[in-house]
Design a protein around this ligand. Structure first.
Ligand SMILES: O=C(O)CCC(=O)C(=O)O
Length: 270
């Protein structure tokens, strides 16, 4: 079966679970052979030395430290047709629409995140995504596809259940290595649950809310850990201006809708 003909697996119970916990896992959203094609396209992008953000100064790459967290490549759907089948996948987008309780969802951007293996690999520090996104209000979410089998050892995602209920936490965009998010959140009066590590085989997908605190450890294996994520914007969310990764920031009005060809509606009605 082609990935384009998939059926959306998201049930009402899933929606309840996601809204309560701020994340959900679909262990076999894609089959091993389906995801193999995506893996090949990501490898080709690495081979071509694809910029992080096409056209940005210095290709959008910042520091060696960042590259030790991952080689991130944004909006691969725009130059790799095969990647578009995943980034614009109707079943994934429909799951995002149902989970977020929206009339429709648009794509913000996709991004491959390739965590290098070996001693230099660094953790993806605890963070919420929402502070990085030029959006108001909160409610946008990500689908994260395991392109390789992922486990704690190679940097699977770990989520703090219910932490999306803390709302957008100003001043904690990205914890520093060794920083305790738990202590910071406790100091702000929140009860913090133990993180849940989501190990899964390649093809599995997790969705997480933009305010959910999550983390991935360093990749302690010798092989790269490839993941591919898509960020979805529910219909009620406005563009707040700026942002390099938006790709069309100069062509959209701050305070307006995300109505632009690089952010098409992927599920639901306008
Ligand atoms: O893949 C990772 O290491 C981090 C992913 C992440 O933070 C995200 O998709 O929001």
């Amino acid at each position: 079966m082609s990935v384009e003909n998939k059926t959306c697996p998201t049930t009402d119970d899933d929606v309840t679970f996601y809204q309560e916990h701020g994340f959900i896992q679909y262990p076999q959203f894609f089959s091993g052979s389906e995801v193999e094609e995506l893996r090949g396209a990501i490898d080709e992008a690495i081979e071509q030395n694809r910029e992080r953000i096409v056209g940005a100064p210095g290709g959008g790459r910042s520091s060696k430290e960042y590259e030790q967290v991952f080689n991130q490549m944004v909006n691969l759907w725009r130059d790799f047709p095969l990647v578009k089948c995943f980034a614009h996948n109707a079943a994934l987008a429909e799951s995002a629409r149902r989970l977020s309780g929206s009339r429709h969802v648009r794509i913000y951007h996709d991004h491959a995140m390739v965590k290098p293996g070996g001693e230099e690999s660094r953790a993806t520090n605890w963070h919420q995504d929402a502070p990085f996104w030029p959006m108001d209000s909160v409610g946008a979410l990500s689908a994260w596809i395991a392109v390789d089998d992922v486990c704690i050892e190679n940097g699977c995602l770990q989520f703090v259940p219910q932490s999306h209920k803390f709302g957008l936490q100003e001043g904690i965009a990205l914890a520093k290595e060794g920083d305790s998010i738990v202590d910071k959140m406790k100091a702000r009066g929140h009860t913090v649950q133990d993180p849940v590590a989501v190990e899964m085989a390649a093809g599995g997908v997790t969705f997480h809310h933009g305010c959910n605190f999550h983390f991935a450890g360093p990749n302690q294996t010798e092989n790269r850990r490839r993941a591919f994520a898509i960020i979805y914007i529910p219909d009620h969310i406005k563009f707040t201006g700026g942002s390099e990764a938006a790709g069309a920031g100069d062509e959209m009005k701050a305070g307006g809708p995300w109505d632009h060809p690089v952010h098409p509606i992927l599920a639901g009605n306008s």
